[in-house]
Ligand binder design. Structure first.
Ligand code: MSP
Length: 517
């Protein structure tokens, strides 16, 4: 198996907020898990740089659109770096290879009569970059709530409507093609109404910041048509010498597109029919996740003014604290609330307490009673064997949940082990037995066994949570005497830390965070 995972290409009209960071972090977490389980993976993200929104943002700043994009892109790249995003491809829709490939696609469709021209009147939303019909409007506004204006113009259209039945058949035949299931049903519901053809051009006279139509220099390409193509062009589609790469990642592996539910239709309907028109295979999965909501339960978005900056959160709880919260506190597909207090509470409970206490307790006691070296002991207590069994079952559970796109449940299974280990420590209270042991080897061994078991639980958790918290888990693994890079081979067997390994008192892994409010 292999994985080709993508995020949407983000608009460069502004800097990213938590919503954008979320999609990117989840894609990163999923890819790191799948890589750890031995799959070959490819992760594409990037920026959507054409269109009205970007042109307007550039104009406001007194810059050319390209200069504005070049600056904003650095911002995105820097933030992704700060958030530990390990992408393979950063895709920009202004890069010349993309422009050429989009024009090649348009020419191909035009030559095969998949594109035609007509005069058209519609309600256009600048903020959504979408034309709506009269019927779509809700109270004089777009269904998304944005303002619309009536626009009449000659444009080019892609014959989207002719693929309606083929698309319905594909969705019905492939139950996990659109996920989660509720979203699949929504798309099928949407497809019950006759599908329109797709307006894929903008007259330059109105909006010039786009890819010129290869067959009409007075027009540029509609930004969605241009941007969606990235997913295929990014792996070689319509690129000179790109066939082998395209065959490998697009045709054989198949793409997993991760995005927010706000842009499911553009992916599930526009993109899929575009591919049908281009005679290219469809992606493997289109997965729509939910939204992070503000405390008043509104979608966090720039236009509503209620955004949290990812780097502000990083400064407060650390990069791994933020990644942990975003992966743990939402079930992929559902909505959840985001607030500073929720993040702090989660980090304190799960990381500072559950994780941190176990680490500091066990390393402190090893330092105190075993001269900072792992004792040479074989497990014998039933409670130890039960924990070993729980730990050894984890790799399969984590894998199952990751494949089911439920990384939150994978995390829960691991933190359950840490909770069980903390309870075990409370029950065994090795700090008491070790203090009372004196030279009694049997008592020393029992206390030592408890410490060794908790070290092993920490090692398992450290490896199995490293895709979520790469930096902190590397620190943790060092603290428990495990110098190797996280590998799935090392969580097959409990008790792998060799006797005699030096263990120092660990500094607090996740210091408790005091609430700012
Ligand atoms: N440029 C288009 C996508 C083109 S893909 C070929 C676009 N860009 S965007 O900058 O608006 O980013 C939208 C994406 O940001 C959503 O699909 C989602 O992935 C993410 N989110 C934005 N706000 C969000 C929340 N409040 N919560 C979760 N994710 C959200 O649309």
């Amino acid at each position: 198996m292999s994985l080709y995972i993508t995020t949407p290409l983000y608009y460069v009209n502004d800097t990213p907020h938590i919503g954008h960071a979320y999609t990117t972090i989840i894609a990163d977490v999923l890819r790191r898990y799948r890589r750890m389980y031995g799959e070959e993976t490819l992760f594409l993200t990037g920026t959507d740089e054409h269109g009205q929104k970007v042109q307007t943002a550039a104009l406001k700043r007194g810059l050319t659109p390209q200069a504005h994009c070049d600056e904003m892109v650095l911002n995105f790249q820097n933030i992704w770096k700060e958030l530990g995003i390990d992408y393979d491809i950063f895709y920009r829709t202004t890069q010349p290879t993309h422009v050429k490939a989009v024009q090649a696609c348009l020419q191909d469709l035009y030559d095969r009569d998949e594109i035609y021209t007509k005069e058209f009147t519609g309600w256009y939303s600048v903020s959504d970059e979408i034309f709506y019909t009269e019927k779509d409007l809700v109270g004089g506004k777009a269904p998304t709530g944005s303002e619309v204006g009536l626009v009449t113009e000659k444009n080019y259209f892609f014959k989207m409507s002719k693929y309606q039945d083929e698309l319905i058949a594909h969705i019905e035949k492939n139950p996990t093609f659109i996920a989660p299931e509720s979203k699949r049903n929504e798309v099928l519901g949407f497809l019950k109404k006759p599908l329109q053809d797709l307006c894929i051009s903008r007259p330059k006279a109105r909006m010039s910041w786009g890819i010129e139509m290869p067959f009409d220099k007075d027009y540029v390409t509609y930004v969605w048509f241009d941007a969606l193509l990235n997913y295929a062009v990014g792996v070689g589609f319509k690129i000179p010498d790109g066939e082998a790469q395209f065959e490998k990642w697009w045709t054989t592996c198949g793409a997993t597109h991760l995005m927010g539910k706000d842009i499911l239709t553009t992916h599930a309907v526009y993109w899929t029919t575009m591919l049908m028109g281009l005679r290219a295979p469809l992606p493997k999965q289109i997965f729509a996740h939910g939204w992070w909501l503000t405390e008043s339960n509104e979608k966090m978005s720039k236009s509503k003014g209620a955004v949290v900056k990812p780097l502000d959160m990083k400064n407060m709880v650390g990069v791994d604290g933020l990644r942990y919260f975003l992966t743990r506190d939402i079930h992929l597909g559902n909505d959840a609330q985001f607030s500073q207090d929720l993040v702090i509470a989660r980090v304190n409970t799960d990381l500072a307490n559950n994780f941190g206490n176990l680490l500091s307790r066990s390393t402190n006691l090893i330092d105190k009673f075993f001269g900072g070296h792992v004792p040479d002991i074989k497990f014998s207590m039933p409670a130890s064997l039960a924990l070993a069994k729980q730990a050894e079952a984890l790799p399969e559970i984590v894998h199952h949940e990751v494949m089911a796109m439920a990384p939150n449940r994978a995390i829960e299974a691991v933190t359950d082990l840490l909770s069980a280990a903390n309870k075990y420590m409370e029950d065994q209270a090795p700090w008491k037995s070790l203090k009372a042991a004196g030279d009694d080897v049997e008592k020393l061994n029992l206390g030592g066994e408890a410490l060794l078991v908790s070290l092993e639980c920490l090692r398992f958790a450290g490896i199995l949570l490293s895709p979520v918290m790469p930096v902190k888990m590397a620190e943790l693994l060092k603290s428990v005497g495990w110098g190797n890079l996280p590998s799935i081979n090392d969580v097959k067997k409990f008790q792998m830390i060799p006797a005699g390994t030096a263990i120092a008192k660990a500094a607090p892994l996740f210091p408790r965070i005091e609430s700012a409010s």
